[in-house]
Design a protein around this ligand. Structure first.
Ligand SMILES: [Zn+2]
Length: 746
């Protein structure tokens, strides 16, 4: 490396002759600038020590206990002797990269002269005539920068290398080091990756294909662009013909053949493949492929061996899923640190860096989105709580009439009941109160970044109807905030990254904590989501320890979800088809069962623990479950509910929804003057009417007057006299008390 140069190095003597040579050459090429440049170049010339050539510059991935999990990059490099590389394959490389390799002294003067002429005529540095030796030097010691100083250093070192190693040794070094794309380093790994063969099994067309790759491995990859890959191979064949490495017959035969590559690149097996893929992807995004695959980084990740293995096994097991070809994804994280304990992006892993359903697919979250976009914001911003009352009746919002999944309407219910049974109307009404912009702000604080500013604006968001959707990982982060008393921590896979020399590049062992909601909001959400597990749609996720969670099933049962947590771990499970086919199942079945199977094993040795006890600012009160107000004079005992409130949100008004009404004993409608049998009932009086199929319709004050009884032919009189009027409450109080007493005895 350029830092460890040794000024007293003996090789400097030899170098002087070279300086002279190169000075001349440079002077010829670039005019008078050269001398100073050359001197400067020599001053910090990297130390050429062939003994120290490091083939093993792969990035090392460790767990938190510094145990090596795998390597990325050079793990897919298998060294070969030059003798194993067929003659025809070698010739393909020589024809492509350096046809006079065996004649020149490390630099190709004829090539340089030609390149120099081009540079002079074009006025800038174009691609020079880099020999294979120069390419090795560049790969080993220098950056890919193309400035004059680097170029001069490259030339000096190339000539030095030719003095230390034989031509064959240099070619061997070259073939073992270069990058062939698809994670393959060196020619043997490339042969395996593209053809599933050993290098000594390759012939002309395979050799020509491989020789075409190093110039632009991804552009010429058959997995990126088959036509371009074929074109490139044929250019190599053309060069081989031009330089008489093959004859016209060989050429004609090979040029008409297809590539013969595997349908998809052969993969290397490595542990926790989806997790490692995700880590690799993040590293590449931040540090670039060069650094990650060649730079020898040391990376510490948050994976939990046990939980990751359990999650992979449960998802891979056909018995845990409805069909063989259905897919799934799992993310498990520790909500208190944000560490991703397990990440599985599919039921099997067949190909390096393949589609990762845990981090790369955006699917509709369905009802798992309700807590994020409707319930929690209603508590946070609107002073609502588990005992707040919503009327679950048909609605029409600018032509949109959402349904409940079972097709029924429950009438007046509490928020807790609504969430427990995943009532759609309730979520829509809550979002309507919160308003979409406020709710979106809230969701963003929970790490939901995929909301579309233009399209995700309507109330259908309450049901998880999103333009793009969310990833399981995103959802895990959001539920993490509920599980972590309102503090959001971005899900973290990579804890620390060091350079090869252990210089720390990043350290997220203390991840950033952001307040996403009040602790009281998180507490009430956890409390309500426990009801989902104990009494509602999430029953199949029950464990012998506290669990909170929410199921999700999208339109036509395409996406099915379970999002849940214990005091220790958050888990998100998605089950669905890659093709958006119907699953015919619900989030409450397969996803909930998978969740339970993973969690029960993951926590088998962890002592049972309760969710955090209630924070300051939570009180308990008893209210009327049909109005959400304090019990009124007519509230019957079975309409009393005791639940938790954020202090200050306990209503101070008393219920006036329950009223005493005299109805006709025969028709059940409001009495007229002619009804012979009348009864007085406690009924619900609301300022609007609801359709008969709403479940508490019978409890609501009738909207019409008895038409069974009347003065013979004409009943008009009776109608007019008593139209909609309710009886005086005071008069009927004693009657009411009797009814109340009877109810108690039931
Ligand atoms: Zn009547």
């Amino acid at each position: 490396m350029s830092d460890n140069k040794d000024d007293n190095n003996k090789r400097k003597l030899n170098v002087f002759r070279l300086i002279l040579l190169i000075t001349l050459l440079a002077a010829l090429t670039f005019g008078g600038v050269a001398i100073g440049m050359v001197v400067a170049s020599v001053k910090d010339l990297p130390d050429l020590s062939v003994e120290a050539i490091d083939y093993n510059a792969s990035t090392l991935i460790f767990d938190q206990n510094e145990k090596l999990i795998t390597k990325i990059g050079t793990q897919n490099r298998v060294l070969v002797d030059l003798q194993e590389v067929p003659e025809i394959v070698r010739k393909a490389f020589l024809a492509t990269e350096d046809v006079r390799f065996y004649q020149h002294c490390g630099i190709d003067f004829r090539g340089i002269a030609r390149a120099a002429w081009q540079n002079i005529t074009s006025g800038s540095i174009q691609e020079g005539a880099s020999t294979i030796t120069q390419q090795v030097i560049r790969d080993l010691y220098l950056t890919q920068d193309r400035n004059f100083k680097r170029k001069i250093q490259e030339i000096i070192l190339a000539i030095q290398l030719e003095r230390k190693l034989s031509k064959d040794e240099i070619l061997e070094l070259y073939l073992n080091r270069i990058y062939f794309g698809e994670g393959a380093y060196g020619i043997q790994a490339a042969a395996e990756t593209y053809f599933g063969k050993d290098i000594n099994e390759l012939g002309l067309k395979e050799g020509a294909f491989l020789a075409g790759l190093p110039q632009a491995p991804s552009a010429y990859s058959p997995y990126q662009n088959k036509d371009l890959a074929l074109k490139r191979r044929n250019i190599v064949l053309g060069n081989m013909l031009k330089y008489n490495f093959i004859n016209k017959n060989d050429y004609d035969e090979a040029v008409n053949k297809n590539l013969g590559t595997l349908d998809s690149p052969a993969s290397e097996q490595y542990p926790y493949p989806y997790y490692i893929d995700y880590v690799t992807e993040q590293l590449v995004e931040k540090y670039g492929e060069e650094q990650v695959f060649k730079g020898g980084l040391r990376v510490y990740i948050a994976v939990d061996h046990k939980i990751q293995t359990i999650a992979e096994e449960v998802l891979a097991n056909d018995q845990n899923l409805p069909t063989k070809d259905i897919q799934g994804a799992v993310v498990i994280l520790d909500p208190h640190t944000g560490y991703i304990k397990a990440l599985v992006g599919g039921r099997e892993h067949t190909q390096k860096r393949q589609l990762n359903r845990a981090t790369q697919i955006y699917r509709q979250p369905g009802s798992t989105f309700k807590p994020i976009i409707a319930y929690a914001p209603a508590i946070e911003f609107k002073g609502m709580g588990p005992a707040s009352v919503i009327d679950d009746i048909p609605i029409n919002i600018e032509g949109w009439s959402p349904n409940n999944s079972d097709g029924s309407y429950r009438g007046l219910i509490t928020m807790r009941t609504a969430l427990t049974n995943s009532v759609n109307i309730a979520a829509v009404k809550l979002l309507q109160q919160v308003t979409a912009p406020e709710a979106k702000k809230f969701a963003r604080k929970l790490g939901i970044t995929s909301l579309d500013p233009k399209h995700d604006v309507g109330l259908s968001m309450a049901l998880g109807g999103l333009y793009k959707g969310v990833t399981p990982l995103e959802l895990a982060g959001a539920y993490g905030a509920f599980a972590n008393q309102g503090i959001y921590i971005k899900p973290t896979a990579i804890i620390r990254v060091e350079k090869f020399d252990k210089t720390v590049l990043e350290d997220t062992s203390h991840p950033k904590q952001q307040i996403a909601m009040k602790p009281t909001t998180a507490y009430l959400m956890t409390d309500m989501m426990q009801s989902v597990i104990n009494y509602g749609t999430g029953k199949k996720a029950r464990l012998d320890r506290p669990v909170a969670g929410k199921t999700g099933t999208t339109d036509k049962n395409i996406d099915t979800w379970f999002a849940g947590y214990t005091p220790e771990l958050v888990g998100i499970v998605w089950v669905g088809y890659d093709t958006n086919k119907q699953t015919y199942h619900y989030g409450g079945d397969y996803p909930a069962i998978i969740w339970r199977k993973i969690m029960s094993k993951a926590l088998e040795d962890v002592p049972r623990k309760d969710f955090p006890s209630k924070p300051n600012g939570i009180t308990t009160a008893t209210v009327d479950s049909k109005s959400g107000l304090l019990p009124g004079p007519n509230t019957p005992p079975d309409h009393l509910v005791t639940d938790k409130f954020v202090t200050g949100t306990v209503p101070n008004k008393h219920d006036n929804t329950h009223v005493l009404v005299e109805v006709c004993a025969t028709s059940g409608k409001l009495v007229n003057n002619y009804c012979p049998d009348r009864i007085t009932k406690i009924m619900l009086k609301l300022p609007y009417t609801v359709p008969y199929y709403v479940k508490d319709y019978e409890q609501r004050v009738p909207t019409s007057i008895c038409n069974l009884h009347g003065p013979g032919t004409s009943s008009e009189n009776g109608y007019n006299q008593n139209n909609g009027k309710l009886h005086n409450l005071d008069k009927l109080q004693d009657l009411f008390d009797k009814i109340k007493k009877n109810k108690k005895e039931d």
